[in-house]
Design a protein around this ligand. Sequence first.
Ligand code: ADP
Length: 407
Amino acid sequence: MSISTPLTLVVNCGSSSLKFALFDPRESEALLGGLAECLDAADARIRFDADGERTVTQLNGGGHREALAALLAFLAARGLLERVAAVGHRVVHGGERFTQSVEITAEVLADIEACAELAPLHNPANLIGIRAAIAALPAARQVAVFDTAFHQTMPAEAYLYALPQQYRREYGVRRYGFHGTSHRCVSQRAIERLELDPTDNALIVLHLGNGASATAIRNGRSVDTSMGLTPVEGLVMGTRCGDVDAGALLYIARRAGLDLDGVDTMINKKSGLLGLSELSNDCRTLEQAAAAGHEGARTALDVFCFRIARTVGALAASLPRLDAVVFTGGIGENSANVRAKVLERLAIFGLDVDHERNDVTRGGACAVISRSHRPAAIVVPTDEEGTIARDTAAIAFGQSASAAEVA
Ligand code: ADP
């Protein structure tokens, strides 16, 4: 690594967290990374993973600004700060305005602000990170990478809700989809690994983490996805309900006397695996509990897997055939049990799970886990930070993403 190489800092601000990673554009692995969490709470802290060591610093109730200041001080102490020439920011909602990653100008900042109405929990946190980074690193190029951008290729029949269209015109109510950076990165890797024709392929990517979504991808473009206006629609998630009869929400609200904030909390924080199991939102915890005989944990995992398989069936309507089902995210990459249960329900597509391969695939490995070849089932680790870094380098340093990937 030469001293003069410009570096790319990736910043991902969540509502109470800040994930970061530092990249040399010529290398695919991050130089260092870490996470600030419990921001704006007494326990606020930041963790640095660098040089094979993990260090934690308390932030004394600090928020995103304090976390970023601690990160910059950490980089400065190692002589790395002056080499940060570009900062890539994850932005959750780009509305209809952003169809790809862009350099952040005053106009772009105003547009991201306008999109905040569509993602009131996420975009404001992303904006704090962007403003703090501009203030701290005024000479660095700042780039926004949107969760929604990849899905802007969906056709109208996939993105329209059958609601009065006045609300689409006035408030932008339509389906947008999320996890786009992950779906884009993982689909490209799967196409390469399976040696599919880049101009003629048909995939379904299952991003299964705490948040979960599935996308139908035709020739590298998103043609339908399970999330909608917000990240609540679609699959069962850690604490989000996914698809539910809108009438059921009205019924519960009336019967239980919930106001809109109460319904918001219920569908976002109290549902999903947690609501079903009445135990935990965490897949690993539920698998251990189910193995020990916990009925709720077993039911929650059954519903989770059933809904994933059912969604694959629905997404297939957007594809001419199915070349591969791709698993990624913390659960998709690590849970052989979830993958097997999903694939067992997809025999109608000709999928046939290879249990031996499936059982040993975890921890960031890329592997085909089906006996069938077309369609194949494959596990591909996601790399959202690396993808943001490559987009940022391409825009800031004029480097093509593929060249950076190869380097
Ligand atoms: P996020 O959406 O917050 O980025 P992740 O992609 O990190 O989430 O996924 C977190 C989920 O992955 C949790 O439910 C966790 O239990 C699950 N997970 C991680 N490792 C395993 C494992 N070995 N077996 C089963 N589930 C796992």
